[in-house]
Write a protein that binds this ligand. Structure first.
Ligand code: SF4
Length: 243
């Protein structure tokens, strides 16, 4: 191995480690904010005990984040500042799936943190949950330039990571936000959000409720009640399965 290659490889490992450490740091801050003095799960679980427990799911998500590393599988890697992996409870009952990181998300490394994020947080709270009790991710983990729509090859390269997140979290319900998430999970580029929203479909055996993206609702606040009606259907089914 030549000196340049060795240096590159060392740099790549350093970047990958820094990115994973950043994710662990966020997780520690999250548990600290909840009032824990230490991680509320065993180190053994953290190091890899897989399973359907919350501990195993956290470990699996961390392994997945390590697998993504400093991903260069598509051209979006060229302009991004951070890979936006996802955030929330690894054992969440509801998973929200949006489109792709925007400017704020790219800078902060967390999905839905700007104005649209505030609207999503309000919706989650209105549904009776806290943001940290659900899981939030995007179809695409890196910001497309000028916030353009993700392209087909980018979705194809990245969706395997989302699929693995869904497998690990195994949510009871998925709520897709916007057209791109709907098109991706239905594998149908022609589907219209206006026609599909409010109607359940299934993805990987999980009931999925499609609704509008919060960024759309910021531009069209008159349609907020439609999204509220959509998530009511999820809450209804959830309540029925509880009883
Ligand atoms: S968008 Fe996904 S596939 Fe493309 S570089 Fe980012 S993490 Fe990798």
């Amino acid at each position: 191995m030549g000196r340049t290659l060795r240096l590159r490889s060392a740099e790549s490992m350093h970047n990958q480690r820094a990115s994973v450490i950043q994710d662990v740091k966020r997780m520690l801050e999250y548990y600290q904010a909840l009032g824990f003095d230490s991680m509320p799960f065993s180190t053994k679980a953290l190091l890899g005990a897989a399973g359907r427990s919350a501990d195993g799911k956290i470990a699996d998500l961390m392994h997945l984040r390590e697998e993504i590393g400093i991903c260069r599988r598509c051209k979006l890697s060229q302009g991004r500042k951070n890979i936006v992996f996802g955030t929330g409870n690894a054992d969440a009952r509801i998973m929200f799936i949006g489109e792709a990181p925007g400017k704020d998300e790219d800078l902060q490394g967390e999905p839905f943190v700007g104005e649209a994020g505030m609207l999503l947080t309000n919706l989650i709270e209105k549904m009776g949950f806290k943001r940290e009790t659900v899981y939030i991710a995007n179809i695409i983990k890196c910001r497309p330039p000028m916030n353009r729509d993700p392209e087909e090859d980018e979705i194809l390269s990245c969706r395997t990571f989302l699929d693995k997140q869904i497998d690990v979290i195994a949510p009871e319900f998925i709520i897709t936000l916007g057209r791109i998430a709907l098109m991706t999970l239905t594998n149908n580029n022609k589907i219209k959000i206006t026609a599909a929203r409010g109607n359940f479909f299934e993805y990987k055996g999980v009931p999925v409720m499609p609704t509008f993206h919060p960024a759309y609702l910021l531009r069209n606040p008159k349609d907020k009640w439609l999204t509220w009606a959509d998530v009511q259907k999820v809450l209804e089914r959830m309540n029925n399965s509880n009883s």
